[in-house]
Design a protein around this ligand. Structure first.
Ligand SMILES: *Cc1c(COP(=O)(O)O)cnc(C)c1O
Length: 345
């Protein structure tokens, strides 16, 4: 098993992280906190949050059955982990990364912000993973390969074995974005990171957990890699209010309607597949459905004029004529089905 730290930027490897007095002094019995220039007057938020998110990591550890040392928690969703990944592994202006396309747009935006070349490799026509072409696109400056599985916007998950084989053959990090994995029957790679030390798995509380407004995302990787995420992140990257709210909701186990959403996805897919206005309904492993219509711009505008907004993906590669529809409540889905049935081209 390779030490994944060989792919980390030199300046990051030698980074001395920001340290607080509360890090430097462990133990003892402190009741007077005069080290951080906070206000001494209690109002619920006058103290800095725990930069190490110890309690939260313990809760996530139990929730995901992963050791705390393998967990990074981002306070700007998994988007924060995406940006950090570039900053940890890629030398601006020199290194490059590879992503499948069509896929999630943030890989590209974050690459541009960090001045990293992103090489986009087209999925196969059936949306399957182009393993050979991904490897062919790599050179000695390629540090990352982004795989979104289940993929947004195509909806399909890639077979685990293919991703594992890709990771084994690639000299760099493979980041598997599993934002939608809770809706999929194809399984997670979370428990493969011990054996495949160059895999990083991204998860989020935004989708299946129903907490997009909180902005909480996770990265799971070899503890040696996670150590660098924690060094490079802003020290206080998650507010105490969010940490408390997440802890509360994790303990309650609420916000998780996966079975209902999967059932609705099936109903929506079936109804749309029977609709003559819909040319194709792609199978989904996620909480959204990609459909193909004759004139996506027109259908998109029609739905908007009736108060329903979906995502027009028709300008993405391999996605001509497509709209991405998030699965809503039963009433919302019925509305979409009815609107699509009433549509006159
Ligand atoms: C929605 C989504 C995310 C989640 O991002 P957050 O910043 O955690 O809200 C990550 N990856 C993909 C592919 C997504 O579609």
């Amino acid at each position: 098993m390779k030490d994944p730290c060989i792919y980390i930027r030199k300046n990051i490897l030698s980074l001395e992280p920001y340290s607080t007095a509360r890090d430097e002094f462990k133990g003892g019995d402190i009741s007077v906190w005069l080290d951080a220039n906070e206000s001494p007057y209690p109002n619920g938020v006058n103290r800095y949050p725990d930069p190490h998110q110890k309690q939260l990591k313990e809760a996530v550890s139990k929730l995901m059955a992963m050791p705390t040392e393998s967990i990074f928690i981002g306070g700007a969703g998994s988007d924060e982990a995406i940006d950090l990944t570039y900053r940890i592994f890629c030398e601006p202006g020199k290194d490059n990364a590879i992503a499948i396309t069509p896929s999630y747009g943030v890989y590209k935006v974050a690459a541009e912000i960090n001045d990293i070349e992103l090489r986009e490799v087209l999925l196969n026509d059936d949306f399957s993973l182009p393993v050979e072409r991904l490897l062919e696109a790599a050179d000695s400056n390629t540090k990352l390969i982004w795989i979104c599985s289940p993929n947004n916007p195509t909806g399909n998950a890639f077979p685990k074995e293919e991703i594992l084989r890709l990771a084994d053959r690639f000299n760099g990090m493979v980041i598997v974005d599993e934002a939608y994995v809770d809706f999929s029957d194809k399984g997670t790679l979370l428990h493969d990171i011990t054996e495949h030390t160059n895999i990083i798995v991204l998860r989020t509380f935004s989708k299946a957990w129903g907490m997009a407004g909180l902005r909480a995302g996770m990265a799971f990787a070899d503890p040696r890699v996670i150590d660098y995420y924690d060094r490079v992140k802003y020290p206080y990257n998650m507010s105490s209010l969010i940490q408390q709210e997440l802890l509360k909701r994790i303990a309650e186990g609420t916000g998780n309607n996966i079975t209902e959403i999967k059932g609705e996805a099936e109903k929506l897919s079936k109804a749309l597949a029977e609709n003559p206005n819909v040319r194709k309904v792609y199978p989904t492993d996620a909480n959204f459905i990609l459909i193909q219509v004759d004139d996506a711009d027109k259908v998109y505008a029609y739905l908007i004029s009736h108060g329903v907004i979906v995502r027009n993906r028709s300008r993405m590669p391999l996605c001509e004529g497509t709209l991405r529809i998030t699965v809503g409540t039963p009433e919302e889905n019925k509305r979409v089905i009815k609107l699509m049935a009433d549509y006159k081209p």
